[in-house]
Design a protein around this ligand. Structure first.
Ligand SMILES: NC(=O)c1ccc[n+]([C@@H]2O[C@H](COP(=O)([O-])OP(=O)(O)OC[C@H]3O[C@@H](n4cnc5c(N)ncnc54)[C@H](O)[C@@H]3O)[C@@H](O)[C@H]2O)c1
Ligand SMILES: [Zn+2]
Length: 361
């Protein structure tokens, strides 16, 4: 078991990582004076397997566990589902000292965090992430959200959980594609912030690909530590946290252009990181070889580095819609691995050339 603290002044909390930690909730949950009920938000496929072990730990701490079931995936992150949860809390006389537990992937985490941070102006909540993406990324850092029909994550809060319990054994039942999508975020941390992680993955991705428990514990702990460091410097996403968007400018544009029906998030940011590496080389920022090295890493993790791209004009128009838009397209680029920088004012022509080199018409 590994414990990583997210050191946000006044609101610091622990991320407990390891195989079987879901069964240790009672010992890790901080004191919650006056809490009576724990409202566990989960979709059916996750709650079927994992509600019970969690409920045992909650009961051990004197909390009555109540399951609130939500739809799977992005279908949960909507205002109607959010509203339904608020009504359920109100009719069950939830108190602002009670606990909300997010048990699931990033979608459930974002939704339950939003409920927890707004019902009665905010109640304590914890995250029990069950996908690799949620364990290494979504559950850490305190961004909560739901989507609107007009766009993703348009409503939400910054609110830190009291505890994150990342049980790496839960990841075994993840569909392969979801798992690999999470590995793309892992590769992002390795390339931008953790050279030891990068070296380990380049030496032998085998233990991670076979979800060997010790390898997974180490992998998740390293990514969590990287995110925790970054979040602590920039809780509200105004500077340092931009680095976490490596590969995401093109990644988000591809997801939007494919109407979230094409590449998964991880698949899209993989292409985005290949693009960023090529752009860094073309600008003379990084030495030649970065793009080839990145692509080798992605392929070794089962991530596709090629494939059809939408026309360059459409991609560039989509960049304009990026929420990081500040009057010009900004990219996180690498001077070398482990050394990310934010680059502004990249000429449109240069962006176009690289997109075309990657196969866009
Ligand atoms: N708040 C943040 O900082 C942040 C960061 C990254 C992503 N996100 C958000 O996270 C969401 C994506 O999260 P995700 O990739 O975890 O996907 P997800 O939450 O949509 O879950 C994907 C599917 O996996 C299933 N699932 C979950 N755990 C499982 C398990 N252990 N075994 C089998 N199936 C399981 C779920 O039922 C669901 O159908 C997006 O909405 C994104 O915006 C938020
Ligand atoms: Zn991401």
């Amino acid at each position: 078991m590994v414990r990583v603290t997210v050191p946000i002044p006044g609101r610091s909390y622990d991320v407990v990582i390891g195989p079987g930690v879901i069964g240790e909730l009672a010992e890790h949950l901080p004191e919650l004076p006056h809490a009576v009920t724990a409202f566990v938000v989960a979709d059916r496929s996750v709650s079927e397997r994992w509600f019970e072990p969690l409920a045992i730990g909650l009961s051990e701490r004197g909390l009555a566990p109540v399951l609130l079931t939500v739809p799977q995936g992005e279908d949960a992150k909507t205002l109607p589902v959010y509203g339904t949860l608020l009504h359920q809390l109100a009719t069950q006389e939830a108190h602002r000292d009670d606990l909300v537990v997010a048990l699931g992937g990033g979608a459930v985490g974002d939704l339950a965090g939003f409920v927890g941070s707004t019902y009665m102006r905010g109640m304590p909540f914890i995250q029990v992430p069950t996908t690799l993406t949620a364990q290494v990324d979504a559950a850490i850092g305190g961004k909560t959200a739901v989507n609107l029909p007009e766009g993703k994550n348009l409503v939400g809060t910054f609110a830190q959980p009291r505890l994150v319990l990342a049980d790496v054994e839960i990841l075994r039942t993840l569909p392969d594609r979801d798992y690999r999508s999470g590995l793309a975020e892992v590769a992002k941390y390795a390339l931008t912030l953790d050279l030891e992680l990068l070296a380990g993955l380049e030496r032998d991705p085998g233990p991670v690909l076979t979800t060997q428990p010790e390898a997974m514990e180490d992998l998740v702990a390293r990514c969590v530590a990287a995110k925790a460091r970054t979040v602590a410097q920039d809780e509200r996403d105004t500077g340092a946290r931009l680095v976490l968007n490596y590969g995401h400018t093109l990644g988000h544009a591809l997801e939007r252009l494919e109407a979230f029906q094409g590449r998964s998030h991880g698949e899209a940011i993989t292409i985005g990181m290949v693009f960023a590496a090529k752009l860094a080389e073309a600008r003379g920022l990084a030495s030649p070889g970065l793009a080839a090295r990145s692509a080798r890493l992605f392929r070794s993790l089962g991530l596709d580095t090629e494939g059809a791209l939408p026309p360059a004009d459409r991609v560039m128009a989509a960049f304009g819609l990026d929420k990081k838009y500040h009057g010009g397209v900004r990219f996180v680029l690498l001077e070398e691995v482990g050394n990310p920088v934010v680059v502004e004012d990249v000429p449109q022509e240069q962006v176009r050339r690289i997109l075309e080199e990657m196969g866009a018409s």
